[in-house]
Design a protein around this ligand. Structure first.
Ligand code: RB5
Length: 160
């Protein structure tokens, strides 16, 4: 599939992900990406689900935007972001998972661990993710099945 590569990013982190988020923000802005940074902006302790929710609800994945979420391990923000319909958040921990999260899972949010990944390595994984493309085909069928799992959550939200 030859979709245009992402140019717009929505970034967020808790305090444990702040340094890595700011490092990625600076480097990706230099590389020409348009970035919305939903915080956190200070080292004061905050709760990672709040920032996962801010990124998930600010993101327009249908227009090609990609989210980047950072907490201490990347696990908490990933669990929280995947509660939102339409969000496919992937915990990235290698060059291969960066590539495959896009090629096979059509992930639209990258989750990283600020306490467990050297910043330059994380930047390299983000670059690989942003340059990789969804392969479609049999993977489209599987991603469609993931989307179908969103339906009860949507129904519950709209009836409340
Ligand atoms: C915060 O101390 C830490 O628990 C959080 O950043 C994250 O790692 C949770 O998954």
């Amino acid at each position: 599939m030859n979709e245009p590569l992402p140019t717009r990013l929505v970034m967020g982190s808790d305090h444990a992900g702040l340094a890595l988020k700011d490092f990625l923000h600076a480097n990706l802005a230099d590389a020409g990406y348009q970035i919305t940074d939903v915080g956190t902006h200070s080292p004061e302790s905050v709760d990672y689900p709040d920032y996962a929710a801010k990124v998930a609800t600010s993101l327009h994945p249908e227009s090609g935007e990609v989210g980047i979420l950072v907490c201490g391990t990347g696990i908490g923000v990933c669990i929280a972001a995947n509660k939102f319909p339409g969000i496919r958040a992937a915990l990235i921990y290698s060059e291969e998972t960066a590539r495959l999260a896009r090629q096979h899972n059509d992930a639209n949010v990258i989750c990283l661990g600020g306490r467990v990944v050297p910043p330059n390595e994380a930047l390299q994984w983000v670059r690989i993710f942003l340059k990789s493309q969804f392969e479609g085909g049999r993977h489209q069928r599987r991603v469609d099945k993931i989307s179908a799992l969103d339906t009860p959550a949507r129904a519950a939200t709209s009836s409340s």
